[in-house]
Design a binder for this molecule. Structure first.
Ligand code: ATP
Length: 324
């Protein structure tokens, strides 16, 4: 392998810069020419590919977002778009690609590799933690830290006014952020896309809390909960339960940003380092991940079987037990 390009695609996640830095410096350390592709697959199609040296990734380890930018690129989903992307890779003499992103990014990479034989290694970069093959994906830990910092502040005001807060967090299909945030913030209840919770059960729980002198209550709602978002749930609860003054906060995109936690900086560094080493070892169509504190390769095909249940059973049980 002589020339490797790296790109970030799909939703951005804190820690992506740590991974880019590690990919670039590991490659350079081994005498490989390194390139950065701007705006994900869009940059492959637009030939927005630039050489990178060790200094081009200086002072980025602590930054959220991604210096390579990211994009959602519909053209890459077409055969014509993939052909243009391949022509540009050939033009730049690039033999392998490291893609940092989520399931959509990996689906595109897999097709690209199958169509043109380009070697690809994936790094799981998504705050949703919805990929098989890594206990944590890049950005997940930072997102949880951001959520609990916000909830701690909301708790202060909730407590002062005897309020019931419904806080909506990211997770269209995955309740990972919601579940961990609920444990770390001591929420009274959590509503997850993966689990049916009836509004009646929720009201019973809140009523029990009120009866046992809880001065405030916090309910975390994952945006993909089957009965609706935080506003919908709050409205339904308020119809029959008005013990507290009810408020809703949607945390939204602030969950995507911020300086990566130490965990995500180290994870990004480990996965970037491992991705280049995997390419050097001749691997392709693999995702590098961390399982039980060890770097593991999982085929991208298997990583994409993801949307299976990834919520830890002990955490699920604890949400009931510790919130009494
Ligand atoms: P996140 O989990 O944060 O949303 P993601 O990687 O899943 O990240 P997507 O927007 O789903 O984000 O995918 C990123 C890009 O991958 C798409 O914009 C598109 O360019 C490419 N892609 C997705 N699906 C395919 C596909 N079936 N074929 C080719 N390319 C694809």
């Amino acid at each position: 392998i002589k020339n490797i390009a790296v790109l970030t695609s799909g939703g951005d996640a804190p820690g992506m810069n740590a991974a880019i830095r590690a990919v670039v410096r590991t490659g350079i350390y081994h005498g490989i020419n390194m390139y950065g592709v701007m705006q994900g697959y869009q940059g492959l199609i637009n030939d927005n590919i630039k050489p990178m040296d060790a200094r081009s990734v200086s002072n980025i380890l602590h930054l959220g977002g991604t210096i390579l930018k990211t994009a959602r690129c519909l053209e890459f989903k077409t055969d014509e778009g993939q052909q243009i992307a391949y022509n540009n890779l050939k033009k730049n003499d690039i033999d392998a690609l490291v893609v940092i992103g989520g399931d959509g990014t990996f689906t595109g990479a897999k097709r690209f590799s199958e169509n043109f034989g380009v070697k690809v290694i994936g790094i799981p970069g998504t705050i949703d933690n919805d990929l098989v093959g890594s206990d944590f994906t890049l950005g997940y830990d930072t997102a949880i830290n951001t959520v609990i910092e916000a909830i701690d502040k909301i708790r202060d005001t909730a407590d002062a006014h005897d309020r019931l807060f419904f806080i909506e967090v990211m997770g269209r299909d995955s309740g990972c952020i919601a579940l961990r945030s609920s444990i770390a913030s001591g929420a009274e209840a959590v509503l997850l896309p993966e689990k049916e919770t009836s509004v009646t059960d929720l009201i019973d729980k809140l009523a029990l809390g009120a009866a046992t002198k809880k001065s405030s209550s916090i309910v975390i709602v994952a945006e993909g909960h089957k009965q609706g978002g935080a506003y919908d749930i709050a409205k339904k609860v308020k119809e029959t339960f008005d013990h507290y003054d009810t408020k809703v906060t949607i945390l939204g995109h602030l969950q995507r940003g911020g300086s990566p936690s130490s965990y995500d900086r180290i994870l990004g560094s480990r996965l970037g380092f491992a991705a280049v080493n995997a390419l050097i070892a001749g691997e392709t169509e693999q995702m590098v991940g961390l399982k039980g504190n060890e770097i593991k390769l999982t085929s991208i095909k298997e990583a994409l079987t993801a949307h299976s249940f990834k919520l830890e059973p002990d955490l699920l049980e604890m949400t009931e037990v510790l919130s009494i």
